[in-house]
Design a protein around this ligand. Sequence first.
Ligand code: TYC
Length: 113
Amino acid sequence: MSQIIAMSDKDDGSDDSDVSVVLKTRPKTKKPPLYKVLILNDDYTPMEFVVHVLEKFFGMSHQQSFELMLTVHKKGMAVVGVYSHEIAETKVTQVMDFARRHQHPLQCTMEKE
Ligand code: TYC
């Protein structure tokens, strides 16, 4: 798809009220889609482990991590960040691998924003 852009035909800063306007087309650049990374609640993963995961992989402070962990614990899930597809996928893989290595059932998924 192309976009029509109205452009003034002069660049002297004066207004366009009395002059012609040229129309130009340019290819519409598509922004890459963003993905939400979600953490899900479960009954077994220790709270401290989730706090550690949020600090380690999402660069949150201890307080931020603790608050978000509690939100997930109470509401069932929360968005922990929004990233490009590749970064979101990496985060999900890192969290899932780390949780499995520690034998916790913690779930982390991504969805298109
Ligand atoms: N519900 C867990 C517990 O009571 C804690 C928990 C919080 C687990 C957040 C997962 O994403 C989670 N130990």
